[in-house]
Ligand binder design. Structure first.
Ligand code: ADP
Length: 637
């Protein structure tokens, strides 16, 4: 029979499996049992609305059949089964396409450590090739009278042929590889080993996993003084079938939660936090939630789908129920099992379900509380969490016209001039100086750049703390928040950030008035988009800076300009070129106003370019500025 080829990606994965030196090859059993359990779930779920499915709840099972003589292990289920097409589609192509992208995106880890994709990600069916050199899958889809057989010995392809009609469901028959020095594959034929693997990885599976085992008993009628024993075969259920979320948190070890989470939600790392909530009364449900340690590779993209698994009394009714999670907590994985939900509820009806809304609200509060606790008691862990998902919380502040302020304002962290460690707003406010009624911030591309902004140096020089906003969303989030604890947010690069005394303000005003003609002249010469040129007394050593007036700051203009589809000219900050009145350049400009207006115009243009550079703004006509500088160099010979 002609062999069919695996899809390229599948081939790569298979190849990895076959050549794996992974030490926990045993996980293949967990993967196959989990597939069998999903198949039973599917058929059971169908039986609730489809009267042609005649199996009763107690009829379903997953069966392990080790055969030492044939050196095979069979995993059999009476679930939904697969048609010929499904066999080809599901087993010929890797279902978890994400695992490969993941591998490309981050598997070599930030710190260079190689993350083992096999053990830590869970690669499903193909993992069986780690322990077998030939696999036969025989399956009959429920309701069909055809049985099909899929066979493969690895990368060189697979065959599919019709088989004698069997029972509905699926049998996966593994021919175990020959034992080697290091690997005793024949262990997977031993009852004790299979029993312990099931209790380690699959105890919570809600369908019985059965195996016929050998037991021994006293032969009936054998004399007391010389008892005789006989062996007999008996079915044993290997799993306790209590879903892990139904157990009290104290009964479950971290390791067990982690195994469950990684298997169920396909993460290669243990979760950062496990949250369990159980309620009784008005709405009864159990929630088991996980905060992943790292953002999935597609988290900040459109591909990412938020949602929790939704169970009704232990039966999975929806895999990703988006309504259960607000966008700002979309990183949370996990499940909700409610006794009050109807099993046959449709997706559309769920969206309007009152019960579901109540649960969603309670979960949001619970997640918030848990994050606050982590922030308070496990600061390092929280900072790790925030590195992964903080941006999402900040988007949340900004989204829906600031509707989620109350939930999020104490969960966000920002960089600060006070320390290398990020700070909360509450902490900032606790450090306010006497008489300080504003929260100062500055925005830019990096901590280094922001900290050297002339205006920042001026404000920190006077002893005030400045928040360093280095993410695009930061400034927008603060704008939406408007104030914290009655203290207004003020960008130190705007007019509002004036921290001088009344006296200083008066003298500056006088100075500006006296030089009005000269300043206007510079403004005209610079042209473009500046709305004024002014002297300032807030800069320490820098000659110039750009301040902005009005609702849009210069850094916001930059961010908006970077957004896809932004019209270059759509939203602009009102920019003011500020010149340090105490800097020698001020005197020079005044002198030039009397002596050489042409040169003054050139100086003005260069100073403006200078100020834009420092603020991290692009220069519109770099060639012209370059020429001006060269001209000046030649003039000064
Ligand atoms: P995953 O379980 O993540 O989808 P797998 O490679 O383990 O990936 O399985 C691929 C697909 O094959 C499954 O999604 C399922 O549709 C099908 N499948 C695997 N095992 C069974 C089974 N025992 N019964 C029915 N379908 C199965």
């Amino acid at each position: 029979m002609a062999k069919k080829q695996f899809k390229t990606e599948s081939k790569k994965l298979l190849d990895m499996m076959i050549n794996s030196v992974y030490t926990h090859k045993e996980i293949f059993l967990r993967e196959l049992i989990s597939n069998a359990s999903d198949a039973v779930d599917k058929l059971y779920f169908r039986s609730l609305t489809d009267s042609s499915v005649t199996l009763k709840k107690g009829d379903y099972e997953i069966r392990l059949i080790p055969d030492k003589a044939a050196r095979t292990l069979e995993i059999r289920d009476n679930g939904c089964g697969m048609t010929r097409d499904e066999l080809e589609q599901n087993l010929g192509t890797i279902a978890r396409s994400g695992s490969f992208e993941f591998k490309k995106a981050g598997a070599s880890g930030e710190d260079g450590e190689k993350v083992d994709i096999i053990g830590q990600f869970g690669v499903g069916f193909y993992s069986a090739f780690m322990v077998s050199d030939h696999i036969t899958v025989t399956s009959r889809a429920y309701g069909s009278d055809e049985t099909w057989k899929w066979q493969s010995s690895g990368v060189d392809g697979y065959t599919v042929e019709q088989a004698e009609t069997g029972e509905p469901g699926t049998s996966v028959l593994l021919r175990l590889r020959p034992d080697t020095e290091d690997e005793k594959y024949s262990e997977f034929l031993e009852e004790y080993r299979l029993r312990s693997l099931v209790s380690k990885y699959s105890d919570y599976i809600r369908w019985p996993i059965r195996m016929e085992v050998t037991k021994s008993r006293r032969r009936e009628g054998s004399p007391d003084d010389a008892p005789e024993y006989e062996e007999y075969r008996e079915d044993e259920t290997l799993n306790r079938m209590i879903p892990i979320w139904k157990k009290e948190k104290s009964e479950v070890t971290d390791e067990e939660y982690s195994v469950f989470y990684q298997d169920k939600f396909r993460d290669f790392e243990a979760p950062l936090k496990v949250i369990r909530q159980k309620t009784e009364g008005v709405s009864e449900y159990v929630a088991l939630l996980f905060i992943p340690a790292r953002a999935p590779y597609n988290y900040y993209s459109r591909d990412y789908e938020k949602g929790l698994q939704l169970y009704s009394n232990g039966v999975l009714i929806m895999d990703k129920c988006a309504e259960l999670l607000p966008d700002h907590f979309s990183f949370v994985r996990g499940l909700v099992d409610s006794a009050d939900l109807s099993l046959n509820i449709s997706r559309e009806m769920l969206q309007h379900d009152r019960q579901l809304k109540l649960i969603a609200r309670a979960l949001e509060t619970k997640i918030k509380d848990e994050l606050e606790k982590m922030l308070e008691n496990e600061r390092d862990k929280y900072e790790e969490f925030f590195k992964a998902f903080g941006t999402q919380l900040k988007y949340g502040l900004y989204a829906d016209y600031g509707m989620h302020k109350a939930v999020l304002k104490d969960l966000v962290l920002f960089g600060t001039s006070m320390s290398d460690k990020p700070t909360t707003l509450k902490e900032y406010v606790s450090r306010l100086r006497d008489g300080q009624d504003k929260i100062y911030y500055a925005a830019g591309d990096s901590r280094g750049q922001v900290s050297r902004l002339p205006q920042v140096e001026a404000v920190t020089g006077k002893g005030y703390e400045v928040l360093f906003l280095t993410e695009d969303v930061d400034e927008f989030a603060l704008m939406m928040l408007h104030e914290y604890d009655g203290k207004e947010f003020v960008n130190v690069c705007t007019e509002g950030a004036d921290i001088g005394t009344d006296e200083e303000k008066e003298s500056l005003k006088a100075e500006n008035e006296a030089a009005k003609d000269m300043l206007d002249f510079i403004k005209e010469s610079v042209g473009g988009d500046i709305s004024a040129v002014r002297f300032t007394n807030k800069l320490k050593d820098h000659p110039v800076c750009i301040a902005s007036e009005g609702p849009v700051s210069a850094s916001m203009e930059k961010t908006l300009g970077r957004m896809p589809g932004a019209e270059q000219s759509s939203i602009k900050a009102e920019k003011v070129l500020e010149i340090n009145a105490a800097h020698p350049i001020a005197e020079r400009l005044k002198a030039l106003f009397a002596e050489d207006k042409e040169k003054l115009a050139d100086y003005g243009r260069i100073l403006y370019a200078n100020a834009r550079l420092i603020s991290g703004l692009p220069i519109e006509d770099p060639a012209a500025v370059g020429e001006l500088i060269t001209k000046l160099m030649l003039d000064n010979r």
